[in-house]
Each structure stands twice: as structure tokens, then as C-alpha cells.
Design a binder for this molecule. Structure first.
Ligand code: SAM
Length: 258
């Protein structure tokens, strides 16, 4: 296993969620399924990297479809990577931030689900992934929550006087433009909504910490949490749903990156 010595503090949030992640991740499984239903995926990749692999839900789908592929999981959260190793003891692991950690080369397929929304160096990271793919035949397939995701939560935050707490995501057009500017050609792309129903507002908010995706920069005071739960119940008129809006993409290198 290779290790990035500068793994950022952001990893701590996902470390805390490593044990609870799978129990709260049905929508991540649905998103991973949708990713592997896209057209233009390679027929039989031999070397596959899962970026932000978490506990391995995406690699699980990949292995079902490509049993012959040699697997590598990359994650900046050591606890997530340990969970991944328990699921895939023979897979290679890379510990670190995809924006900086050395990447393998000559990969046939890079997959990533629900990770790119956290990137601060978006286009440079796409160029790094471009360089890691086999020229001409390599494929990048990713799912990324985009602008318009979790509208119920955003509305509830506004109603509770907590505007700005929600997850800020890029517009899908911005992602696709950055992809083209980073030397990729988009082979398939679609935006899909993944609604998730919860028994109550407390459970919906608990799901964020369960998967390590606590929105906002600081913990909420108990009074704020109560206000937010009440607002979410109002917004959803009692039937609590959180809708993830996700861009699903298959892209191939289009010559050398600029
Ligand atoms: C929401 S989880 C998704 C996990 C998995 N891809 C799935 O779909 O189940 C996001 C994962 O990405 C990892 N992650 C976030 N930013 C990262 C970065 N810059 N470099 C490497 N891993 C990152 C987190 O540690 C976490 O395990």
C-alpha cells in the first residue's frame, strides 16, 4: 500500500463514518448501479482504479462486471481504506488525496462515485486522471452530485435561518466543460435524480453523518438541529425525502491534455 504523508484533515470526517457508511448508503449503491448501466464503458478492462473508494461499494459493482480486472482503491480516509481492504484483501490500496498522491499509470478504467464534489482542484485533478489512463483506450467513468442536489435540505436550511449550510455542488455544465478542457471527450452523460425516503427528519439528518457527508462547516447547536428538523418536515409535508441530483459520465482521453 502506498501512503500520502499529507493526508488532509478532511479525511477525519469520513474516518468517523467508516463503520456506519454501508448501513446508510443505499443511494450510493443505486448511483453505482446507474454508473455501470451507462453506455460506452469498456468491455474488459484489466487495470481498474476506484477513486474515493470508501468501503468499496463501487468496486463491488466493478468486480461483478469485470471479474478479470486487477483492482486498486484510493482514498484519503485510512478507516475507509481499512474497510475496503476487509472487502477486497487482494486489491492494491493507495492512501491519500487524489489531488496530490502519485497515481498509477496505464489504467484501463478509472471509476469514481460521489467524490468529485469534494475536489478543490477540479480541472487539475481531471488532468492527473487523464495522465493515469492508457492513452486512446482508457476510460474515466464517474458520478458526481451537481447543482440542484438535496433541494429539500436547501429549502429547509433557508426556512430554519441556516442558509449556506447545504452542500454546494457545481452545475453539470461546469463539470462537462472542465472535462473537455482537461483533454477528455464525453462519450456518455446524463443527469439523474435519486430520491431517498426517510421515516422522519431526524433520520434524514442522521444519514449525513452516517455517510460522512455532514453539510456545513461546523456542528449545529441543539436548538438549530431542532429548527432544521421542523423545517425539513414542513418542506417535505411530512413525507421526508432527500433527492440527490447526480451527473453520470463516461469519458475518454481526447489526445494529450492541454
Ligand atoms: C461519499 S463517499 C463515497 C464512497 C464510494 N465511492 C461510494 O460510492 O460508496 C466519499 C469518499 O471519498 C473520499 N474522498 C473525498 N475526497 C477525497 C480526495 N480528495 N481524495 C481521496 N479520497 C477522497 C472520502 O474519504 C470517502 O471515502
Amino acid at each position: 500500500m502506498s501512503v500520502d504523508p499529507d493526508t488532509p484533515l478532511a479525511a477525519a470526517r469520513f474516518d468517523r463514518a467508516a463503520e456506519t457508511y454501508d448501513a446508510w448508503a443505499d443511494h450510493h449503491r443505486a448511483i453505482a448501479d446507474a454508473l455501470f448501466e451507462l453506455p460506452k464503458l469498456p468491455a474488459a478492462p484489466l487495470r481498474l482504479l476506484d477513486v474515493g473508494c470508501g468501503t468499496g461499494l463501487v468496486t463491488l459493482r466493478a468486480r461483478q462486471r469485470y471479474p478479470q480486472a486487477a483492482l486498486t482503491g484510493l482514498d484519503q480516509s485510512p478507516a475507509m481504506l481499512e474497510a475496503y481492504a476487509r472487502r477486497f484483501p487482494r486489491a492494491e490500496r493507495i492512501a491519500g488525496d487524489v489531488q496530490r498522491v502519485p497515481l498509477p499509470s496505464d489504467l484501463d478504467l478509472i471509476v469514481s462515485s460521489c467524490v468529485f464534489q469534494w475536489l478543490t482542484d477540479y480541472a487539475p485533478t481531471l488532468r492527473r486522471l487523464h495522465a493515469a489512463l492508457t492513452p486512446r483506450t482508457g476510460v474515466l467513468a464517474f458520478a458526481e452530485p451537481v447543482d440542484g442536489t438535496l433541494p429539500e435540505f436547501t429549502a429547509a436550511c433557508e426556512r430554519a435561518g441556516l442558509a449556506g449550510l447545504g452542500l454546494a455542488c457545481r452545475p453539470a455544465e461546469t463539470c462537462l466543460a472542465a472535462l473537455e478542457e482537461s483533454g477528455f471527450r464525453t462519450a456518455a452523460a446524463q443527469v439523474r435524480d435519486f430520491p431517498v425516503a426517510y421515516p422522519d427528519a431526524r433520520c434524514a439528518l442522521r444519514s449525513f453523518s452516517g455517510i460522512g457527508a455532514l453539510p456545513g462547516k461546523s456542528a449545529l447547536a441543539p436548538g438549530q438541529t431542532r429548527r432544521l428538523m421542523a423545517a425539513l418536515s414542513d418542506v417535505c409535508a411530512g413525507r421526508i425525502t432527500l433527492t440527490y441530483r447526480v451527473l453520470l459520465v463516461v469519458a475518454t482521453p481526447n489526445g494529450s491534455p492541454p
